[in-house]
Design a protein around this ligand. Structure first.
Ligand SMILES: Nc1ncnc2c1ncn2[C@@H]1O[C@H](COP(=O)(O)OP(=O)(O)OP(=O)(O)O)[C@@H](O)[C@H]1O
Ligand SMILES: [Mg+2]
Length: 541
């Protein structure tokens, strides 16, 4: 017999939200996140200062850094943060663009849902539009060669124009391009860039124009003893991951010494062990020693006497880089070190950077590793220099690997937007509306660029559309004159991958968010989410 007693499926305290309430709640949250980074887009974008619960401050223009730092709780908002993270991992630039594009797609979806267009139709239309956009992007892209350093520099400079380092972007672009090209390897017909070969070393002090490229590895350590040479040419490098110390016993041992001779013997035993270690290093033919562990004072003295340059407590990651680059082997047993284990480099020297001494290993055997010594007046500046140079390296890498670039400044987005509107008409049906919404969403890029530059966004968009209708494919927003102009002539160039990935991940995320019509939240989430009745909209914001 069927009873009328309700069946309890969900645990007590579980919150459930269905239908439009769920959809609109999600969309609101995602829009709020997109709005958080809007004002940072483009050359006239502003920076954000983020202060965490510990009082640590980050000042940045980088979309993904902002989104990672803010503590987001809403699940849909978290998905938007994921979009930025994906963009960062896949390409390394365009994170702000990806986030605001997702926000715009969802905003337009909300309007369609209100007009009773089913979310699956919207999702379908978005997918079709994204696919078409990707095809068109391939056609619109122009080739760029790895040998074309000038163009690559322009691409790097475009990525840095919106950052605090903008004034030095020409110089930093040159650093980024040289770094990428020196580690690029030709595989078959294409190029591959292993970013791990580019080491970024931050040192507070100086200004960001003091940032320099070093053809080798920098280890942020000074030699352990002033008696050691500060400069070793033709370096034969021993890499040790054992301590040059006499092991202390783990338990408290007491040694009773009754006559002075015994004490002497005891001490000289220690001495001879340490001397033995140094002898082993010296016998192998090393004149430089990088030690991952400690070096006893007495061992330091012996090393200095042998004229060996030594540093201790080198980071494991640095040891691995050194091994790779100098073609040396990391040895764990000091006594077993032999000539064949040694790495080599033309020069190992100590240089003073700011207040600190650092070790520079240049002209290594393998020669692939390269370092960028990042400088900046304060800790926050150096951090932002690092993020900016990282963006530049990533765009150059994408351009070198794919060999394709696009023209930026809102030009590509306007061109796509118009083409997609034509495509929408050719598709017809209900999807047409969604494709049109997708096309309109593309214009969020030029619109935001204009808004951030203090221009009238409506006039600018109309000018842009008119120019593109007349076949001026590369027209975008010249932030400085406030007019619409040819962005290729203004050297605003970007790798194809940035725009392509931004469209792909924004589409995926918005489709995923749109398809949700039921949110079942456990007790914990409810506790943080505030109060509200089942089915009430916006209870999570
Ligand atoms: N000189 C310029 N004039 C007009 N627009 C420009 C110029 N230089 C760059 N842009 C545009 O600025 C946008 C990039 O801005 P920005 O670097 O702030 O954001 P992002 O790359 O999306 O995100 P992030 O760099 O934070 O990961 C691109 O659309 C680019 O075409
Ligand atoms: Mg950028």
């Amino acid at each position: 017999m069927m009873g009328t007693t309700p069946v309890v499926v969900l645990k007590e305290g579980t919150r459930r939200e269905r239908g439009r309430g769920a959809q609109f709640g999600n969309i609101q949250a995602a829009k709020a996140i997109a709005d958080a980074v809007r004002t940072t887009l483009g050359p006239r974008g502003m920076d954000k200062m983020l202060v965490d619960s510990m009082g640590d401050v980050v000042i940045t223009n980088d979309g993904v850094t902002i989104l990672k730092e803010i503590d987001v709780e809403h699940p849909a908002a978290k998905m938007l943060v994921e979009v930025a993270k994906t963009q960062d991992q896949e390409v390394g630039d365009g994170t702000t663009t990806a986030a605001i594009f997702t926000g715009e797609l969802l905003k337009r979806s909300e309007e369609m849902i209100e007009q009773n267009v089913h979310p699956t139709i919207i999702a379908q239309g978005f997918r079709m539009a994204a696919e078409k956009a990707s095809e068109m992007l391939n056609e619109l892209a122009s080739p760029v060669k790895a040998s074309d350093e000038d163009t690559l520099k322009k691409i790097a400079a475009t990525a840095m124009i919106s950052k605090a380092v903008s004034a030095s972007r020409e110089y930093l672009a040159d650093v980024a391009v040289r770094a990428v090209l020196s580690v690029a390897e030709k595989v078959g017909d294409s190029w591959q860039v292993d970013e791990d070969n580019i080491q970024m070393v931050k040192k507070q002090g100086g200004s960001f124009s003091d940032t320099q490229l070093v053809d080798g590895i920098i280890v942020d350590k000074e030699r352990v003893h002033p008696g050691m040479p500060a400069r070793v040419e033709n370096a034969k490098i021993a890499l040790l991951d054992a301590a040059l110390e006499v092991k202390k016993t783990e338990f408290d041992a007491r040694i009773q010494i009754s006559d002075p001779q015994q004490l002497q013997a005891f001490l000289s035993e220690e001495e001879s062990i340490l001397k033995g270690y140094v002898d082993a290093v010296e016998k192998a033919g090393a004149n430089v020693l990088f030690c991952q562990k400690g070096i006893d004072d007495l061992a330091q003295h012996y090393l200095a006497k042998e004229g060996i340059y030594a540093i201790r407590r080198v980071k494991k990651s640095d040891m691995e880089k050194l091994a790779k680059s100098t073609k040396g082997r990391i040895v764990s047993k000091i006594q077993e070190i032999v000539k064949g284990d040694l790495g080599s480099a033309k020069l190992v020297e100590e240089r003073k950077i700011g207040d600190d001494d650092m070790t520079f290993v240049t002209g290594a055997k393998d020669g692939k590793a390269i370092s960028i010594l990042l400088r900046g007046g304060t800790e926050h500046v150096v951090d932002e220099v690092e993020r900016s140079v990282d963006d530049a390296i990533n765009v150059v890498r994408a351009a070198v690997e794919d060999g394709k670039m696009l023209v930026g400044g809102g030009s590509i987005h306007t061109e796509l937007s118009l083409a997609l509107r034509d495509y929408a008409v050719s598709v017809g049906g209900r999807e047409q509306m969604a494709i049109e919404a997708f096309a309109a969403s593309m214009e969020v890029v030029p619109r935001t660029l204009a808004e951030n530059a203090g221009l009238d966004s409506i006039d600018t968009l109309i000018d842009l559309r008119n120019a593109h209708k007349k076949g001026k494919k590369h027209h975008g927003i010249d932030i400085y004159s406030g007019k619409v102009a040819d962005m290729r002539k203004l050297d605003v160039l970007e790798p194809l991958r940035v725009t392509k990935q931004a469209i792909a991940s924004a589409t995926d995320a918005s489709v995923m968010i749109l398809r949700i019509d039921d949110i079942i939240a456990g007790k914990e989430f409810e506790a943080k989410g505030g109060e509200g009745e089942e089915g009430a909209g916006g209870e999570f914001d």
